[in-house]
Write a protein that binds this ligand. Structure first.
Ligand code: ZN
Ligand code: ZN
Ligand code: ZN
Length: 462
């Protein structure tokens, strides 16, 4: 989460915790029959998804403050067939359950992990994004189109509990959680500080900080048959996990979750140090968002020094199968001028690349992104060799078969350069169409390639 957004949320919560709480405290806890039916453990036999997440391209299927009103799941569902056709293999959804800010929440202030827009609490029945039925329909549509669905898991903190007098703090705290689903009630014993230990280092703003050391919390998060992890996987049909704010708890939490239910996993460890990311990913047995790559790209494209792409330490260079690369997400949008060039970079290099919804659907040229996704899925195999870099030029080669050569130009003029390809006496072409040049490589593999200003070309055997 972005800090400015956090302060906004916090001040919003502080303002409302006093008045909103009173306003809604005698809201009836609705429909006990429905929740008893619902809390049963019913495996989703419809979930036949066989897609391997990570071989193609992920779509982050939301942005900060998508339209409220309960229509977002339907909006995403209408995009699924087209995304599937261009080669997306997974979508990442925002947190799907009811949060304190009810119909306005983006989901990062979780209250009831089992209310997917089904119970009237926190000011609405549906979540900001829609109803449980609409979410289930979206997941089914994705699976029918060979797209996996990644759940955003927010388990560092909770929000929206009732006041109780807290024996550990000697004050009144909002740590009494009685969700309408009837599942995973929580009290002061489940948050820091408690009888297990004091505050941990990972408290997030003023949110109630869940204690993952408590057996009760572990049971509800991943051990029980109807734990959050098992319910999301086996009843709702989620295929993978994006863990929010993993700096707020220990990596064994993610590791245990994966051991319990399996599935693709990526952690939001917000840190630009590639070695730190690698250490976390290994401890958690999970992929991590490549914030190191993100910050190196920002410096390279915004600071006009593409040598950083060659020299900069990034998670994908250390551990390509653990790196999820991205140009922008719902919290960050700092690569502005070279954004399409940055997409050309992540979609030709190692790591599992992510497209950001607004970049794809609104801001950038969709045909150019579709072309890059096709190149990623069809040409970008094997290890990486960096052939050349200077301040505004960068050339790299993927050594697989067929492999590719990507030429990025951040200058204002056409460039050309001799490169060593590995293809001998072979007709090659620029699969982006940005250059119409179709040269033959020499018998020793050398060839001259070219690239338009502020653009890129991507070469492979014709
Ligand atoms: Zn975040
Ligand atoms: Zn924490
Ligand atoms: Zn703890």
């Amino acid at each position: 989460m972005k800090i400015t957004k956090l302060f906004y949320i916090l001040s919003f919560l502080m303002f409302f915790t006093s008045c909103e709480k009173e306003q809604f405290s005698d809201f009836p806890v609705t429909n006990k029959n429905a929740l008893e039916k619902d809390s049963k453990y019913i495996p989703d036999t419809q979930n036949n998804s066989k897609v391997t997440i990570g071989s193609k391209v992920m779509m982050q299927a939301f942005y900060w403050d998508v339209p409220a009103g309960g229509t977002w799941w339907e909006t995403v569902a209408t995009k699924i067939p087209a995304w599937s056709n261009v080669g997306i293999d997974a979508i990442w959804l925002p947190p799907v359950s009811k949060a304190q800010n009810g119909p306005f929440s983006m989901g990062y202030d979780p209250f009831d992990y089992y209310d997917f827009g089904e119970y009237n609490q926190m000011g609405s029945t549906e979540t900001r994004f829609g109803s449980k039925a609409e979410l289930q329909s979206l997941i089914s549509t994705a699976h029918a189109n060979n797209i996996s669905v990644i759940a955003d898991i927010v388990i560092n903190h909770n929000s929206g509990g009732d006041l109780e007098s807290n024996i550990f703090t000697g004050t009144e705290t909002y740590t009494n959680y009685i969700p309408a689903s009837g599942l995973f009630n929580r009290t002061q014993y489940d948050f820091h500080p408690n009888d297990f230990h004091g505050n941990d280092s990972g408290a997030f703003g003023g949110f109630a900080d869940l204690c993952h050391d408590k057996t009760y919390v572990q049971d509800w998060l991943w051990n029980n048959p109807n734990s959050v992890a098992k319910y999301y996987k086996e009843v709702m049909g989620f295929d993978g996990w994006r863990f929010d704010y993993v700096k707020g708890f220990e990596p064994w939490v993610v590791n245990n979750w994966i051991n319990a239910v399996g599935g693709f996993s990526v952690g939001e460890y917000w840190d630009g140090n590639a070695a730190t990311l690698e250490g976390w990913a290994n401890s958690a047995n999970s992929s991590a968002f490549d914030f190191a790559c993100y910050y190196r790209m920002k410096d390279a494209f915004e600071g006009n020094d593409l040598t950083i792409l060659e020299t900069g330490d990034m998670l994908w260079k250390r551990s390509p199968t653990r790196a999820v690369t991205f140009v922008t997400n719902h919290d960050t949008d700092e690569i502005i001028n070279g954004k399409l060039l940055a997409y050309a970079y992540i979609l030709t290099h190692e790591g599992y690349p992510t497209l950001f919804y607004q970049d794809y659907e609104e801001y950038l040229d969709k045909d150019k992104l579709n072309n890059l996704v096709w190149i990623h899925n069809n040409k970008a195999g094997g290890s990486t060799s960096i052939l050349y870099s200077d301040t505004d030029e960068y050339v790299a080669k993927r050594n697989g078969a067929p492999g590719l050569i990507v030429y990025i130009n951040n200058s204002n003029s056409w460039l050309q350069r001799w490169v060593s390809t590995g293809w001998n006496n072979t007709l090659i072409k620029d699969y982006t169409g940005n250059s119409n040049w179709e040269p033959y490589t020499q018998s020793n593999g050398w060839v001259q390639i070219q690239v338009p200003p502020k653009s890129y070309s991507i070469w492979s055997a014709k």
